[in-house]
Design a protein around this ligand. Structure first.
Ligand code: HXC
Ligand code: NAP
Length: 203
């Protein structure tokens, strides 16, 4: 469907790109001629994935350890990336989730998931967005939502509220920054049998 050079000269970052859907997105971007970066908390996972995708696609991919919850971590990684040139595509894919009865959850359980999904998306989007706007460089942000972001969902409430926030952020900034060349897109995948999701949601 796409020509193999569709993303030639485009530079991307996929958060949580060491596993699952993020890894698959990074692989496809490389196949379409882009070069880029993946990040996650576990450095050994992202480095192994980068080595495997380099070997299978022949593309250019670097891996960073980064916890998207912490804006100092995010700033450091984005600064390092920008030193080699601006990104064109940011994919906010990193997420945390688990199945639980909401009345059993601690404040930390809520803040852990909301920190990854919502604050992580905000941190990355602002770090890239400020740089794109200052340089008048076009940018594209792809946020990974869920089908229950609009409906809510029992037993995954921290994730549901965080993903609803991600969708609100996407819609809001599409308007606020769209006219200045920053495009926002969100996709809500159906159930996809990744180890990360299914080990936690169908334990
Ligand atoms: C209740 C839980 C819990 C569980 C953790 N906690 N798991 N509470 N039930 N199953 C609580 C802990 O007790 C702790 O609170 C707090 O949450 C933080 O837990 P930690 O283990 O210290 O946090 P951390 O190591 O940062 O791990 C974050 C995580 C973990 C979200 C808990 O699951 C993770 O690392 N996930 C990353 C990958 C992931 O979740 N992938 C799936 C995405 S799938 P206390 O109070 O005890 O300190 C997805 C699909 C959606 O989003 C759509 C499907 C259709
Ligand atoms: P996954 O393999 O568990 O992916 C989550 C990734 O996020 C992991 O690589 C994880 O790596 C990374 N991550 C978690 N916390 C992080 C943090 N604080 N900082 C940086 N990276 C972090 O699960 P997946 O199924 O591919 O999910 C990918 C995306 O799709 C998520 O946004 C999820 O909500 C969404 N989604 C999935 C499904 C599904 O059915 N699979 C359905 C709808 C939406 P580390 O642990 O090394 O940090």
């Amino acid at each position: 469907m796409f020509t193999s050079d569709l993303l030639k000269n485009k530079r991307f970052l996929v958060t949580g790109g060491g596993t699952g859907i993020g890894r698959a997105l990074a692989e496809r971007f490389l196949q379409l001629g882009a070069s880029g970066y993946i990040c996650g908390r576990r450095v050994e996972v992202v480095q192994k994935t980068a080595a495997e995708l380099l070997a299978s696609t022949g593309g250019v991919l670097e891996a960073f350890a980064c916890d998207v919850r912490y804006d100092e971590d995010v700033e450091k990684v984005i600064e390092q990336i920008w030193a080699a040139g601006p990104l064109d595509i940011l994919v906010n894919n990193a997420a945390g989730n688990f199945l639980a009865k909401t009345e059993t959850l601690s404040t930390h359980a809520f803040s852990s998931v909301i920190g990854i999904v919502l604050n992580g998306t905000i941190n990355m989007t602002l770090a890239c967005g400020r740089r794109w706007l200052a340089a008048k460089h076009p940018g594209m942000v792809l946020n990974i939502a869920t089908t229950y972001a609009d409906t809510g969902s029992a037993y995954v409430v921290p994730s549901a509220v965080a993903k609803a926030g991600v969708v609100a952020l996407t819609r809001s900034l599409a308007v606020e920054w769209g006219g200045r060349g920053i495009r926002f897109v969100a996709i809500a995948p159906g159930a996809i049998r990744t180890e990360g999701a299914f080990s936690r949601l169908l334990p």
